[in-house]
Write a protein that binds this ligand. Sequence first.
Ligand code: S3P
Length: 171
Amino acid sequence: MTNKSDNIILIGPMGSGKTSTGRILAKEMRFDFLDTDEEVVKRTGVSIAYIFDVEGETGFRQREHQALMKFLDNDNIVIATGGGIITHDKSRAIIRACNRVVYLKTSIEQQIERTTVSDKRPLLIDTDPAAKLQELMLTREPLYEEISDIMIDTDERSTSEIAHEIIDRLR
Ligand code: S3P
């Protein structure tokens, strides 16, 4: 499976700044910006927490996959993804086939500072967020590393700085 378009896909854990960095990046590059979480909420009309409640994580991953597939029909887009999209085999294969996949690497400390526990992030509700983020990182980090073309350290850096580094490194 290949994807020769200029599309840029941002991956990384909750609180890595995929959405805010993606918006700046898209504006600077004059690309459209799309976000898989926002698309799932828009399509279903309910929150991510509600989808997790009713359909479980499996149902959410399927919907996230459909959003990703729809986006890839377009060219010249920046796509921000949810932190767990890479756990879904088919989504991971699709992302891997793109050649501008950017991993926003972020420490647990920074994730905690930036992450609000909300109905967008049901995995952090009713649990110790730090312990949960650590647990997720253990299984997910190798996947982020494996499928990314560029890795950017985001700790203690502004989203604008990160967006500009991405532009420089994609040149
Ligand atoms: C998730 C991350 C969230 C959202 C959902 C699941 C995850 O997106 O997709 O709550 O499994 O890490 P962000 O990474 O934008 O917070």
